[in-house]
Design a protein around this ligand. Structure first.
Ligand code: PRP
Length: 207
């Protein structure tokens, strides 16, 4: 039995469709149900849906053998897991953005609003720029608009949110896509199954 942690939402649904195509379907699975864990003895699949940020916790702790997770969450939480495969979906970028025409005043720490304080700290450490991180939980673009921060460190997908708030990208930290991750002990004890899963997914991942 392989236990899967899937992220709730559109990307998790897409990941599940790929699993079905790869032969790791779960007959018991019913979309839009309040049931939490679905199991199919025939295919050897047990799966459950959690908040995207929690996938790393379930996999790291071994409550799930494998999971699907965005590179943004992997970079922020750095779970002790194996990253097996780039699923080539959910593509976006982690960027620094500011109001149009923004000039950095290097005589003082840069105020950075973000949902990703660890990633933002590492990014600016690598640049040697002193920052004051302002941790927010959503609508990050509001921060520079209201003068709460100088810049934001956030995900840009289509760029619409930036455009509609007169902000622009001034730097790119890294590229994001969904990844398949595995618990380290599971990878040892369920090696054959996890390798088979990885190979099958590799064959059908859209390029
Ligand atoms: C994310 C991200 C940006 C937006 C980028 O927010 O934090 O705000 O999407 O997408 P775009 O480039 O296509 O406009 P999300 O929708 O997850 O909501 P949040 O503001 O509550 O974090």
């Amino acid at each position: 039995m392989i236990k899967f942690a899937l992220p709730k939402g559109r990307l998790g649904d897409k990941a599940y469709n790929l699993l079905e195509q790869a032969g790791f379907s779960c007959r018991d699975y019913v979309a839009d149900s309040r049931k939490l864990v679905f199991t199919d003895e025939d295919t050897g699949v047990s799966l459950f849906w959690v908040k995207p940020t929690d996938v790393s916790v379930y996999v790291e702790e071994g409550a799930a053998d494998v999971g699907f997770i965005g590179k943004d969450i992997l970079d922020e939480y750095r779970p002790d897991v194996y990253e097996l495969l780039d699923m080539n979906m959910g593509k976006c970028r982690m960027c620094v953005a500011a109001k149009k025409g923004f000039q950095d005043d290097t005589s003082r720490p840069l105020k950075v609003a973000t949902k990703f304080p660890n990633s933002a700290t590492s990014f600016y450490q690598s640049k040697g720029r002193e920052v004051q991180i302002i941790k927010l939980n959503g609508s990050i673009e509001l921060a520079p608009v209201l003068g709460l921060s100088d810049v934001i460190f956030d995900i840009v997908e289509t760029g619409t949110t930036l455009r509609e708030n007169n902000l622009e990208v001034i730097d790119e930290a890294f590229r994001i896509s969904m990844r398949l991750i595995a618990n380290k002990a599971s990878y040892k004890f369920k090696r054959q199954d996890i390798i088979r899963l990885t190979q099958k997914l590799k064959e059908i991942i859209p390029q």
